[in-house]
Design a protein around this ligand. Sequence first.
Ligand SMILES: C[S@@+](CC[C@H](N)C(=O)[O-])C[C@H]1O[C@@H](n2cnc3c(N)ncnc32)[C@H](O)[C@@H]1O
Length: 235
Amino acid sequence: MDGHGAAQGAAGTQEPGIVLTRVRRYNLLVAVMFGGRRRALNTALASASGAGPGDLVLDIGCGPGHFAGLLAQTVGPHGQVVGVDPSAPMIVYANRHAGRRANCRFELAPAQSLDLPDAAFDVVTSTFAMHHIPSEARTAALAQMYRVLRPGGRLLIADAYPSGSVAPRVAHALTWLSRLVRRRSSEDDSQHAADPFADVDVRHHAGALREIGFTEPRFTDVKPWTRYLVTTKPA
Ligand SMILES: C[S@@+](CC[C@H](N)C(=O)[O-])C[C@H]1O[C@@H](n2cnc3c(N)ncnc32)[C@H](O)[C@@H]1O
């Protein structure tokens, strides 16, 4: 999901990662990839997050804020949603759209260094953003999610993963194309080239989540492009 107005920072915990700056291009890409089913996916993810009326929710890597806006509807007037993203254009857009709701606001911040209080949130979500964080900073980002969640609070992380009958074939074709391009440009045939989704699979976070103190994560696939995990900070 890279390359649509992405500014790649040098790898490391001090750099935000692959920050998306072209909001309309991103919205278009999502519309094409999900063929109009993104709203239904967001509804399913909001439900799986366990967010309910009156909850305080943090959405990390919120992008244009569509999911945060839906969460704001879910938590209602007595709840609140905060969205964070290191992309200034995403935050400006999100504040202009979903941020018009009184219970929804957006702030500029990378996942790995959140200037938010400990144990403040009932629910933390992050959709399609983990693979944008530098790999060296992902454990720090998960630790921040743990820190800001209240005991008993719930974490949902979703990312791209092809399932069903069509998406794996499309992914296979993309893999083949990416190998061809890399061979032509004499780049190495790394694990990423062998499987463009290898780095994105949310199952990779299981070990770090356990070490940080989260409960055993549960994984669910939503056809055609999504796998998510749900876990809890023990009470
Ligand atoms: C693919 S978009 C997902 C946006 C939104 N969550 C959604 O589901 O449509 C990934 C977002 O992660 C953001 N991002 C990049 N580096 C990040 C970091 N270190 N921490 C949090 N978000 C980051 C990008 O700027 C981008 O808005």
